[in-house]
Design a protein around this ligand. Structure first.
Ligand SMILES: O=C(O)c1cc(C(=O)O)c2c(n1)C(=O)C(=O)c1cc(C(=O)O)[nH]c1-2
Length: 251
């Protein structure tokens, strides 16, 4: 786990804290995961991509719920006005004209059944535990830690920039229409991450709080990493699909 050097016992400057947060992302973000590398090299089967989309739906579905937790805990109306945009991005105006609906389109575009995806019943146990942990973290930890845990979005434009062109080039059944989810994400993520980063740099004003926000980002990187680990374990070569999980080979 990233720790301050002893020179930082009086606390880091905002610039030094930002540099440390970016170091966490550079070392631990899920664009370093072997499954991501396989995805962008064109090595995944259609079933493996389906499993990814199906499991990742659970992550998409929890995001507006954890953001609602954060909203409920924020006392500043200005903060809430900014943060509620995240919920609108995912839920749209009627629940099914935002990011979640576009993720369903991605999953059905890969050949999955819409009701099955939305039910989340065939997701991996580890996926369910991971996304549940995110909701709990944002409910139980301080508001500062909850905000800091969203800072993986600092790095998501990079992974999206790697993923989308590669998927279009390497999988002939993947179209721009199927990947429409990602189109607005880099702009939305940059807006969100800029706000969250400014908040964290302003309010993490003691060594203890600075360590807490670093740990929150480590937690979130680990969560995203563990979701890809679980997919690889279940659907990789010599994979072991847990009972009850998505198994297109089963009778
Ligand atoms: O495509 C990705 O790899 C990726 C990663 C992340 C992330 O880093 O948490 C998010 C998203 N996408 C995303 O689409 C999204 O809406 C989102 C919200 C959040 C968050 O923690 O609040 N992360 C992410």
């Amino acid at each position: 786990m990233t720790r301050f050097s002893s020179a930082a016992k009086n606390g880091l400057t905002p610039a030094a804290l930002e540099a440390l947060l970016r170091e966490v992302g550079a070392a631990r973000y899920h664009n370093r995961h072997p499954l991501h590398h396989k995805m962008v090299s064109g090595a995944l089967s259609r079933v493996q991509l389906q499993a990814w989309a199906l499991n990742r739906y659970c992550y998409q579905a929890i995001i507006p719920r954890k953001d609602a937790m954060i909203l409920a805990r924020a006392e500043d109306p200005g903060f809430r006005a900014e943060w509620r945009k995240r919920i609108e991005d995912h839920d749209g105006t009627n629940g099914w004209d935002g990011g979640i609906a576009r993720w369903v389109k991605l999953a059905t575009g890969l050949g999955l059944d819409e009701a099955m995806v939305k039910s989340e019943r065939l997701a991996l146990p580890a996926t369910r535990f991971a996304v549940g942990a995110y909701l709990s973290f944002c409910t139980e930890r301080s508001l500062l830690e909850a905000v800091a845990s969203s800072l993986t979005e600092l790095f998501s434009p990079v992974i999206i920039g790697e993923r989308v062109p590669a998927m279009l080039a390497k999988y002939d059944y993947v179209t721009e229409d199927i990947l429409a989810y990602f189109k607005p994400r880099p702009v939305q993520a940059s807006r969100d991450a800029e706000f969250a980063l400014a908040y964290v740099l302003k309010y993490a004003d003691s060594p203890r709080k600075q360590q807490a926000v670093i740990d929150a980002l480590v937690f979130k990187c680990d969560l995203l990493w563990s979701m890809l680990d679980a997919l690889e374990h279940a659907y990789g070569e010599d994979g072991h699909i847990p009972p009850g999980a998505f198994d297109p080979g089963a009778a």
